[in-house]
Design a protein around this ligand. Structure first.
Ligand SMILES: NC(=O)c1ccc[n+]([C@@H]2O[C@H](COP(=O)([O-])OP(=O)(O)OC[C@H]3O[C@@H](n4cnc5c(N)ncnc54)[C@H](OP(=O)(O)O)[C@@H]3O)[C@@H](O)[C@H]2O)c1
Length: 289
């Protein structure tokens, strides 16, 4: 049983709402959990409250608002995203230190970001630096790519994967194995790790969770088997990849082609065994079953 009793989930989006769900499903463990959100407008927050979460509205620009919200909290689970990872997450770290929080779990859930310099993910490394500077213990979870990144039409097309049209423009030959984990699979495992491992194994530790490892080519083959459609596959040359990167405005899209080409988002999956019997439900075989 964990040395920690009280948890605060910061941000109620995809990962945040799944964490709240995990606590609700394990009420018998006796943990307290709050959800910090910028507004209570989302109806799902009321469901979380009915399931046992304490809701706290926060202003991330006000240190006193954050410190008050974190009073009596042992562990902060940040699930912020995008601009929320820049100054906002740093404000949250400072407030956590001030409020006496014992462990900070920054919003990660992708690539191994230790020491990363790429502009899109640098805010994650900046958070690590601040946690070390303030001597606030942390736990990091790296989980590789989320399948939704290529399944959702808008991001999928940017990644060269258009399942609706059956057109797939790989960055390179698409043969390299990539790590894939859905939040529905990794959040329960991260929750289990945080609520069962002793402090000594959690503090300043990194856990790598891998739900599945498949190349884009293998994923397209599974899609083809399920749909019976013939894919149109194009393999971008090195020059075409560089031209695509140069033409992008967003830092994310300047980063992703090489991640897909070179498996930069690969994780080890070493943490999978920390919950005996844990098995990812959302493997690509199951997604295209
Ligand atoms: N590896 C991958 O393929 C992949 C894919 C997606 C996400 N991720 C990572 O997973 C983590 C969680 O992402 P997610 O998809 O769960 O995020 P999400 O659904 O977009 O939710 C993030 C939450 O953060 C809060 N937030 C957003 N912008 C904010 C801002 N400017 N200031 C303060 N709060 C803000 C919001 O909560 P409230 O409105 O409740 O305040 C929002 O619901 C992120 O670190 C992200 O980079 C990885």
């Amino acid at each position: 049983m964990s040395a920690y009793k009280s948890f605060a989930i910061a941000g109620f989006g995809k990962a945040g709402s799944l964490y709240a769900n995990c606590f609700a499903q394990h009420k018998e463990d006796g943990f307290k959990w709050k959800v910090l959100s910028r507004s209570f407008a989302k109806p799902e927050l009321r469901t979380a409250e009915a399931q046992g979460a304490e809701l706290v509205a926060v202003d991330y620009d006000s240190q006193s608002s954050l410190i008050n919200a974190l009073k009596g909290v042992d562990v902060v689970l940040s699930t912020l995203r995008d601009e929320g990872l820049e100054t906002v997450q740093l404000n949250l770290v400072r407030a956590a230190k001030e409020a006496g929080v014992k462990l900070f779990v920054p919003s990660e859930y992708g690539k191994n970001t230790l020491g990363i310099k790429e502009p899109y993910l640098k805010p994650k490394a900046d958070t690590h630096d601040l946690l070390k500077e303030l001597n606030l213990p942390y736990t990091l979870f790296f989980t590789g790519l989320w399948p939704s990144l290529i399944l959702e039409p808008v991001s999928g097309i940017l990644m060269g994967m258009d399942f609706d049209a059956g057109k797939f423009n790989f960055f390179g030959d698409g043969k390299i194995g990539l790590s894939w984990t859905t939040p529905e699979d990794f959040v329960p495992l991260a929750h289990h790790i945080l609520t069962t491992l002793p402090l000594s194994e959690l503090e300043n530790s990194v856990f790598q969770i891998e739900g599945d490892r498949k190349s884009l080519k293998e994923i397209v083959a599974l899609w083809q088997k399920k749909t019976g459609r013939k894919p149109e596959i194009y393999e971008r040359s090195e020059e075409e990849i560089q031209a695509y990167i140069d033409s992008q405005d967003s830092n994310m899209m300047k980063l992703m082609p090489r991640e897909l080409q070179r498996a930069g988002m690969r994780v080890t999956g070493e943490a999978n065994k920390l919950w005996p019997g844990w098995k990812a439900s959302n493997t690509w075989e199951n997604i295209f079953a």
